[in-house]
Design a protein around this ligand. Sequence first.
Ligand code: SF4
Length: 164
Amino acid sequence: MLRGKQIIYLAHCVLNQNSVVRGWERAQGAFNDIIKVVLDHNISIIQLPCPEFTFLGEERPPKTKKEYDTPEYRKVCEELAEKVIAQMKEYATHGYKILGLIGIEESPSCDTLCSKGIFMEELQKLMERDGIKISTFDISEKYTEGESKEFVQQFKEYIEKLII
Ligand code: SF4
């Protein structure tokens, strides 16, 4: 069987910078150098939904976490997160290894570490409810495609630790 059964979840815009707030894109399409690291290690990529695009669309203005933190937006995030959780559980049940969850540093929705984003808060709340433990890592807010070799190396080291 060729199936490696190793999966990583990526914030939507790691693969699609066309989804970010206009003018805030940091690549023409994807963060290619980051994606290449994942592909070079034969890890499957699952693209998370973009909660802000889902809620406010392509023309949305920039907003802070405080501005996004409404019951309506939390509900959208929770609903999206429930679907992700159902999928994670299906993979886990069948022996797949979910290596990591990659967010976006300082995003009001998708930061997984410091100032946690609302979507990731909802997702991690459900992960905790269902006993799902996954390592997290955020793409630096300073990352720009083609100009962040040091960060790509840091990401590569993170990935290599996960697959040991
Ligand atoms: S950080 Fe999250 S909400 Fe913002 S563009 Fe990326 S996927 Fe969408």
